[in-house]
Design a protein around this ligand. Structure first.
Ligand SMILES: Nc1ncnc2c1ncn2[C@@H]1O[C@H](COP(=O)(O)OP(=O)(O)OP(=O)(O)O)[C@@H](O)[C@H]1O
Ligand SMILES: [Mg+2]
Length: 299
């Protein structure tokens, strides 16, 4: 069966989004935002030349799944995911928006990336090698790359307007946004991670780490925003292939990374496009993650 064409950019009545992230297009509707997850895929901080058909649907529907299941822990920004419940002028665009968009409350985002880590990987591993600690949290000697931590840790990062996010200590984060707020962010982040990691584990998937974002409503309420525990905001590892002592295969982007290594891309523009078989296998991985975590088929 031929694959559906990837959605690479959203236009509504010919109008481009007010903002574009690497993956999501954002339309500002006044009090609300319309978040549209496209099929763009990034690797090594660049959006690649090919999209992965339905990836945006996986991200949106997986976020919706987690938002729905974590309301006991914290309220969130979701107003509607069903286009039939969108304002009339958006309902006309159901063909583009269905299954990959979310109407959300517009908030004032807290400028801290709230990262929870249950395993030692990525920038956490690099920091550990250099200092035996991550974001000021001291860790035991002798841990290997990808080892499970004695307990999950909160490792905030400041949102850099350009380039990479910068890991900071809780004290430093407190100086940015206030220590009381950081204490609350830590508590929510660890509770969300604990919930998500346990659910993923029961599906044979390790949630090694993940990042949450929070925002304040006009009424001053702190709510969960952005995307939640998607493959783009998390490291998911297949549990049956878990071998600490080195990097783990990425659940979703492994074929993409392997291909980019194989062609020896120098990680500078121009960005490569992906061959069809890499696109297809990557799409299968995103769909598999969705099915395994939710027990549902993509809508
Ligand atoms: N309810 C909300 N209120 C206000 N801003 C929000 C809300 N939900 C998400 N956002 C913001 O919308 C943006 C989502 O876009 P996206 O994640 O695609 O791009 P980005 O995070 O800016 O960049 P990147 O490409 O590195 O991911 C984020 O900046 C996020 O903070
Ligand atoms: Mg983002």
């Amino acid at each position: 069966m031929p694959l559906p064409a990837p959605l690479l950019e959203t236009r509504l009545d010919g109008l481009p989004p007010h903002r574009q992230g690497k993956v999501r297009d954002i339309f500002d509707l006044g009090d609300t935002l319309l978040l549209v997850a496209t099929d763009r895929i990034s690797a090594f901080d660049y959006v690649l030349g090919s999209g992965i058909p339905d990836k945006g649907k996986v991200l949106t529907q997986l976020s919706a799944f987690w938002f729905d299941r974590t309301t006991q822990i914290v309220s969130n920004h979701v107003l509607a995911t069903d286009v039939a419940r969108y304002p009339a002028e958006l309902r006309r665009h159901a063909d583009v928006l269905s299954g990959r968009s979310m109407l959300v409350r517009k908030t004032n985002p807290v400028p801290i990336e709230c990262v929870a880590r249950g395993y030692l990987s990525g920038s956490g591993w690099k920091e550990y090698v250099a200092s035996r600690s991550v974001c000021g949290v001291p860790l035991p000697e002798g841990l290997r790359e990808s080892d499970r931590l004695p307990e999950p840790i909160f490792t905030p990062a400041t949102k850099a307007t350009t380039g990479h996010d910068v890991n900071v200590s809780e004290a430093e984060a407190g100086r940015h946004v206030g220590t009381e707020l950081v204490a609350r962010l830590r508590e929510l982040t660890l509770a969300l991670y604990q919930f998500g990691a346990a659910q993923a584990e029961s599906c044979g998937i390790i949630l090694a780490d993940t990042k949450y974002e929070f925002g304040h409503t006009d009424a001053g309420e702190l709510i969960l925003i952005d995307e939640v525990m998607t493959p783009d905001s998390s490291r998911y590892w297949p549990k049956d292939e878990y071998r600490p002592g080195g990097p783990q295969p990425s659940f979703d982007k492994q074929y993409v990374r392997d291909y980019l290594e194989q062609i020896r891309w120098n990680k500078q523009p121009p960005v490569p496009s992906l061959p069809d078989d890499v696109v297809m296998r990557t799409r299968d991985k995103y769909l598999e993650a969705f099915r395994r975590l939710t027990g549902k088929e993509l809508a």
